[in-house]
Design a protein around this ligand. Structure first.
Ligand code: 4AD
Ligand code: MG
Length: 432
């Protein structure tokens, strides 16, 4: 009778009797009587013991097995306190599926070499834990927006012109014409709200920023949403609820992974039930001056260091609203009561993780929009698709964008955003 393969996790749940498992060798050691194999699959690791006398014919092969070889093991599982995960399989049969060369990752490789061998490093406990959490985060984001009645809507990645300034565009040669890789889905989404009202998307955005920080990628997964009839408060409520929803899911599903990453989950807990404070840019400058002795000239966007200084005072994300209009992207509308400012926000994360979300109401006054675009040296023709919908029943609306890897970085407590994505792209890293 052929035994059906089960996962290592399932085998340990079963706890006794005959099992068949398969995976990769995580650790191995041996003597002339025994071979100890710690086997790894996507669910867990388990110790397997092969006794030489039961495997006389195969012993030479078994003895040579190296880390990362793939094998199928049949045997008897039982509790064993000394084994790394509390169970051991006494092997009765082994099939060697794929032999492994000497694995080129040892304990103390530096960042650069680990980056070069990323395709192999993904198998590490740390990376697997992050990738599982990342999967939960993506699932939760889709789940959140769908539960709120949003439609998933896609925009092109190849576009004729930009939306965000500061970060520059990646140029591509499009059959001899200059085109660009998208920085944001927003401008297309603003056309879609007239059909679907509530839309969202999770897709790559591209930023040709030369920033070599621990929170910048040149290609990142941008979670964006756009809502008809919504004002600034509505949009911030969504951002807050979404963040809490994702955190809750990760804490439900990924306790084990957070433990592997040695994440202090006490640092995440306040965000589960405390309301995220909302302060204005003016207030932020006041806090910087009073509490931190840093003087910022009114009108300047906040820099990373300043954001971090403010966040030292909080244990949940904080919304900073009403930034100076002139320092903002063209689509952020002027606040009527305080015309030097725009109706926008950044949601900053605690523990020096910086800006997680940027959002705003959208300007629906074509004259204001044209003025802002001209002031920024943009060609109005490139934006005709953006102005046109405003002629046919324009409504107030707004939305935001979340840097999905920044959220993952914060949740996992990672030092660098590079580890929040399987194959990072940065100024200096484009392979593998
Ligand atoms: O603040 P940003 O530039 O806003 C927009 O693109 C808007 N059009 C979004 C919208 O309203 N639909 O980018 C949004 C978020 C930032 O808050 C940040 O978390 C993330 O995208 N982000 C990056 N993440 C990783 N690497 C980069 N280089 C990033 N640039 C922005
Ligand atoms: Mg921003």
């Amino acid at each position: 009778m052929k035994q059906k393969f089960i996962s290592i996790e399932q085998a340990m749940k079963k706890g006794k009797g005959r099992v068949a498992v398969r995976g990769w060798i995580y650790r191995e050691r041996g003597s002339n009587k025994m071979k100890f194999i710690v086997l790894r699959d996507s669910t867990n690791i388990i110790q397997c013991v092969l006794e030489k006398e039961k495997f006389e014919k195969q012993w030479e092969e078994i003895d040579k097995l190296q880390v990362e070889s793939s094998v199928e093991i049949y045997g008897e599982i039982k509790k064993d306190k000394r084994a790394p995960t509390g169970y051991e399989i006494g092997g009765s049969k082994i099939n060697i599926i794929g032999e492994a060369d000497e694995f080129p990752i040892q304990k103390d490789l530096n960042e650069e070499l680990l980056g070069d061998r990323r395709h192999l490093w993904l198998r590490s406990q740390k990376m697997s834990a992050i990738l599982k959490i990342r999967s939960t985060v993506f699932g939760a984001l889709h789940g959140y927006f769908r539960s709120k009645g949003f439609y998933e809507f896609q925009s092109p990645a190849i576009i004729p012109g930009g939306a965000e300034e500061g970060p520059t565009l990646f140029e591509i040669n499009y059959f001899g014409k200059k085109m660009y890789l998208t920085q944001t889905w927003q401008l297309y989404a603003e056309a879609a709200i007239y059909a679907l009202e509530k839309v969202y998307c999770i897709a790559p955005s591209f930023r040709a920023e030369k920033s070599k920080t621990s929170r910048h990628l040149t290609e990142y997964w941008h979670t964006e949403m756009e809502v008809a009839w919504a004002n600034l408060d509505d949009i911030m409520n969504y951002a807050e609820e979404m963040t809490r929803y994702v955190l809750t899911k990760v804490l439900e599903k990924n306790k084990k992974e957070l433990e592997i990453l040695e994440r202090d989950i006490k640092k995440l807990q306040p965000s589960l039930n405390k309301k995220f404070p909302r302060i204005t840019y003016d207030k932020a400058l006041e806090i910087l001056k009073k509490e931190r002795g840093i003087k910022i000239k009114w009108g300047k966007d906040l820099r990373t260091v300043e954001e971090e200084k403010i966040m030292e005072l909080y244990d949940t994300p904080v919304f900073v609203t009403h930034y100076p209009k002139e320092a903002m992207a063209f689509y952020k509308p002027r606040d009527k009561k305080n015309p030097k400012t725009a109706r926008c926000f950044d949601m900053l994360a605690p523990e020096a993780n910086g800006e997680l979300v940027g959002g705003s109401e959208r300007d629906i006054n074509p004259e204001e929009l044209k003025k802002s675009l001209k002031a920024k040296g943009e060609k109005l023709e490139d934006y005709s698709y953006y102005f046109d919908p405003l002629k046919y029943g324009a409504v107030p609306h707004g939305g935001y964008g979340l840097g999905t890897e920044r959220l993952i970085k914060w949740i996992c407590g990672l030092e660098s955003i590079k580890d929040a994505i399987p194959f990072p792209r940065t100024v200096s890293r484009m392979k593998p």
